[in-house]
Design a protein around this ligand. Structure first.
Ligand code: GLN
Length: 457
């Protein structure tokens, strides 16, 4: 057994003894759930899947569908229109509360029922069937397999769902719902009756963690900024009136459902799902909350933990960089004698803000004196954020203004950064870059004190 599954099994065993909570019964069919059912599943960013207990038992997704349908509507509407229709403020109220903005009737957020019904209505479709089909397709893409419905639970909720219909009629009268309230709640009940397992939910959560790309199937389900906004709403509103304490104790974006499902997302790390039907008074799975609290503590998953930088960004800041090009004894002597004139600064990995700030510090500490050649070796860089590219460009432009020649060695996609800056020379390898500097030094000594645009240096 692999160590992750072993840890999960151990946690499952420890928490399965936890009693307490009530299985939801306001939807009569849900009351038939077995209170002892308990499964945990994790999906990593590499698409590896781990499970313990009844992770393959099917149950209805209920409110855990809300963030995914929000992501679907957000994709179609765009952030501004979406926020105009459904708010993003935690209501601090129960899931079925009438939290509508006075005056506009705009629901507080998409994670409580009012906001979720309004969100379902915003999924563009020609008719209710088409809307349900789009929602099922979307949930299936998140899960990475074709999902189906529990017709009994659907019928049971449709027969007893007057409170949700009332919410929809209220929104309709307040002007915040343009679709037919009866039809929209039926679509919402359909969405809630989709059958999933804890293992499915872990993949769905991992897709959000992975910036919208399903890590198991590789399919891009939603864009990165849609995933980010969805996670933000989950972080503040996902646990109903338990949301504040949840962020305090567990510190992960999450969503719970009344059938006992619970997902939590470690952005860029994993998706976790728990299934256990007994609920606490806030409507969150008792064992789900306990399992996530324990995991968060043990594995330091809390979002507010400062990220650990596992690898150094700056790989070298060297004077006397030399290429592999053959040089005569006289040339070698000249190059060795001017070893402070050609400097290479190397970086590796992803250049986000922190890494770029480190790299710029290293560049500043390494610039030759008197003016010489600065080689920025980005060959081992795997990603540059737009903000980082701008920081880098500004710093290098400043170095060039001070009379140095700036030479960048980078892989194909990042050469574009250099291409936009005629004041730099760009090369596809470090050796070529250094050799070019050596040639210049051998040919005429100091670089022009002020490179002119167009001469490439
Ligand atoms: N279908 C359920 C309802 O609207 C979903 C609620 C929930 O899971 N919290 O009542």
């Amino acid at each position: 057994m692999d160590p992750v599954t072993k840890a999960l099994d151990e946690l499952h065993w420890r928490i399965s003894g936890l009693k307490g909570g009530e299985v939801a019964s306001y939807i009569p069919e849900l009351a038939r759930a077995d209170p002892d059912d308990f499964g945990i599943a994790i999906t990593s960013m590499g698409g590896r899947r781990y499970r313990a207990g009844k992770a393959d038992t099917e149950f209805t997704i209920q409110s855990v569908s809300k963030p995914f349908v929000y992501a679907l509507a957000l994709t179609d509407l765009g952030p501004e229109e979406m926020l105009g229709r459904v708010g993003a403020e935690p209501s601090g109220e129960a899931f079925n509360a009438i939290s509508l903005e006075p005056g506009t009737g705009r629901p507080a957020n998409p994670m409580v029922n009012a906001g979720a019904i309004a969100t379902t209505a915003l999924v563009p479709a020609s008719d209710p069937e088409a809307r349900s089909a789009r929602i099922l397709d979307c949930l299936s893409a998140f899960a990475g397999r074709r999902l189906g419905y529990d017709e009994e639970v659907y019928a049971s909720e449709a027969a007893t769902g007057d409170r949700n219909r009332a919410l929809a009629y209220l929104m309709r009268s307040a002007g915040s719902l343009s679709e037919d309230p009866y039809a929209v709640t039926a679509t919402y009940f359909r969405q809630c009756s989709v059958l999933v397992t804890a293992a499915d939910l872990a993949v769905m959560a991992a897709t959000l963690a992975n910036g919208g790309r399903n890590p198991v199937t590789g399919e891009r389900v939603v864009e990165r900024d849609v995933a980010v906004r969805t996670l933000a709403v989950m972080a503040t509103c996902g646990m109903y009136d338990g949301a504040g304490e949840w962020l305090l104790n567990v510190g992960l974006p999450a969503k719970s459902g009344v059938s006992g499902g619970l997902i939590a997302v470690g952005p860029g790390r994993f998706g976790i799902a728990v299934y256990s039907p007994p609920l606490d008074p806030a409507g969150n799975s008792v064992r789900g909350v306990a399992a996530l609290t324990a995991m968060s503590e043990r594995l330091a998953l809390h979002l507010m933990h400062a990220p650990v930088h596992l690898t150094a960004t700056v790989t070298d800041t060297g004077h006397g960089a030399r290429s592999s090009r053959a040089r005569s004894a006289e040339q070698s002597a000249l190059l060795n004698g001017s070893s402070r004139r050609i400097v290479a600064v190397g970086a590796q990995g992803e250049l986000e803000f922190t890494e770029t700030e480190q790299l710029l510090g290293a560049v500043e500490g390494a610039v030759p004196e008197p003016p010489g050649w600065l080689v920025l070796d980005l060959m081992a860089v795997t990603g540059i954020r737009p903000g980082s590219a701008a920081m880098l460009a500004a710093a290098l432009a400043d170095v060039a203004r001070r009379g140095h020649r700036v030479v960048v060695a980078a892989q194909e996609p990042f050469l574009a950064v250099a291409d936009e800056h005629p004041a730099w020379h760009a090369f596809g390898s470090r050796d070529e870059a250094v050799a070019w500097c050596e040639d210049q030094l051998l040919a005429g000594g100091p670089p022009a004190s002020r490179p002119t645009a167009g001469d490439g240096g």
